[in-house]
Design a protein around this ligand. Structure first.
Ligand code: PLP
Length: 318
């Protein structure tokens, strides 16, 4: 039994989530997924239609049969399959707002048959008895980085390979457009090799005030929800632990090019869905074409969120 109260013990440094010894620090989400699949060695995988091609790459490279499953407009799998021996189920915690579904999946499937993609749920990600990963590069200006939870697996990653940070340097020097071209090349350089996170990325992460990053994301999410919630067809939780963006699905298409002309950059998640050689269900096509993931990260405060919300409102009202 632990005593409660009494005199203070020596202070212990609080280990940041990404430094937790139970987690493996690898180079990318793809590397984490590959390491999980190499360990579980499934024959067949259930994967969602609504995802990017980089999620599918590890399965394809390992010759694992893919069985695509549909989700509804609240990102919930329409039907949970009965898994046979040799099957795994890949689930994505979309935008960090689906953690309730995670609980149901954990109840339903054994840990060796469930792979949790918490790429969008970094601050809700923690060591557990489940196979899970999250990609750090999507949150910070670091050259690489991902966290892998693989409780029963022996992972022997290759040493980190050098990566250029020229795009970050150019951006810091004000050459954003030139940096963007290099950034795209940098993103193309990721493959499924299971290698370690670069020491530079780990060093840079030590300088980040993680709590402040998380709180800023939550605050920005709340602000955009107050301003734009009336237009949003998604049923969003009021205070998600780790929102990745503010996902907005309005009944009217939002012209991303028009936003970009105003210097407001919103990615398309995921154009791969539209071009994939599959019978993609209407819901997933609609999400891929119309959902706009508005940025809410720690670079922005309420003032910038107000500019973004106003620009989106203008587009919705015209
Ligand atoms: C939901 C999701 N999971 C995994 C990945 C792959 O992560 P990485 O680019 O670090 O390999 C991505 C990439 O965009 C993603 O969107």
């Amino acid at each position: 039994m632990h005593n409660i109260g009494g005199y203070f013990e020596l202070e212990q440094p609080k280990v940041a989530m990404w430094q937790r010894p139970e987690l493996h620090r690898l180079t990318s989400g793809r590397a984490c997924l590959t390491a999980i699949l190499q360990h579980l060695n499934p024959k067949r995988a259930y994967v969602p239609h609504y995802c990017c091609d980089s999620v599918l790459l590890p399965f394809e490279q390992l010759g694992i049969e893919l069985c695509f499953y549909p989700i509804d407009q609240q990102f919930i799998p329409c039907k949970l399959p009965s898994l046979k021996t040799g099957d795994v189920f890949l689930w994505i915690n979309y935008f960090g707002i689906c953690s309730d579904v995670k609980e149901q999946l954990i109840e339903r499937y054994c840990p060796e048959q469930l792979i949790i993609d918490d790429t969008h749920n970094l601050f809700g990600f923690e060591p557990s008895r489940h196979y899970a990963f999250s990609s750090l590069r999507k949150y910070f200006g670091i050259p690489d980085g991902a966290l892998l939870c693989a409780p029963a697996a022996q992972i022997y990653p290759a040493p980190a390979s050098a990566r250029s940070i020229k795009h970050n340097e150019l951006r810091a020097a004000g050459f954003t457009q030139q940096g963007y071209e290099l950034y795209k090349q940098h993103e193309q350089s990721f493959d499924c090799t299971v290698s370690e996170m670069l020491p530079l990325s780990q060093q840079l992460l030590k300088q980040v005030d993680m709590l402040s990053v998380q709180l800023t994301r939550q605050r920005n999410f709340d602000y955009l929800h107050q301003r734009l919630g009336q237009y949003n067809q998604l049923d969003l939780p009021s205070r998600p632990v780790s929102p990745f963006c503010y996902p907005l699905l309005a009944d009217k298409a939002i012209d991303r090019a028009e936003l970009s002309r105003k210097g407001l950059f919103v990615p398309a998640l995921w154009s791969d869905v539209e071009t994939r050689n599959q019978d993609v269900p209407a819901t997933e096509l609609h999400l891929a074409q119309h959902l706009v993931p508005l940025p809410i990260d720690h670079r922005y405060d309420e003032q910038q969120m107000a500019v973004l919300a106003t620009a989106v409102e203008q587009l919705l009202q015209t």
